[in-house]
Design a protein around this ligand. Structure first.
Ligand code: DHK
Length: 145
């Protein structure tokens, strides 16, 4: 079993720390990447941390992960609520999938309450801030045989 984990981020998460900090906090995506890398070293996971504003790019990375990785931590941003295509890609991935949302989407607008990704996710971490990514990595490490 590979110790490779993909951490995938969807649209607008490149602006983390700058956009709506009252909702998403002050940490930048570079901070999150650094923390995931450090935790990966501790847990014996190789972390590939990626972000794109393009749906097709995220799908291509999930296809790549299919060949290489045992787990995916994914925050698909707004694609969570719209993308059957990302759901289909994740359905073709055999490892563990953890869905992460920085904010508590259930306390926000009703269109954020539905997630296509949750139909596939093995675990869902919502409203724990950027710590959610680390919780996702810990869960994947704990599930490794
Ligand atoms: C991030 C986004 O960009 C939103 O579109 C989602 C999610 C929530 C988050 O909380 O991380 O609705």
């Amino acid at each position: 079993m590979s110790n490779f984990v993909y951490v995938l981020n969807g649209p607008n998460l490149n602006l983390l720390g700058k956009r709506q900090p009252e909702i998403y906090g002050h940490e930048t995506l570079a901070d999150v990447e650094r923390d995931c890398g450090a935790l990966g070293d501790e847990l014996g996971l190789r972390v590939r941390f990626l972000q794109s504003n393009w749906e097709g790019q995220i799908i291509d990375w999930i296809h790549e992960a299919r060949e290489e990785a045992s787990g995916i931590v994914i925050n698909p941003g707004a694609f969570t609520h719209t993308s059957v295509a990302i759901l289909d890609a994740l359905n073709a991935f055999e490892g563990t999938v953890i869905e992460v949302h920085i904010s508590n989407v259930h306390r926000r607008e009703s269109f954020r309450h539905h997630s296509y990704i949750s139909l596939r996710a093995d675990g869902i971490i919502v409203g724990c801030g950027t710590l959610g990514y680390q919780l996702g990595l810990r869960r994947i490490a704990a599930m490794a045989p």
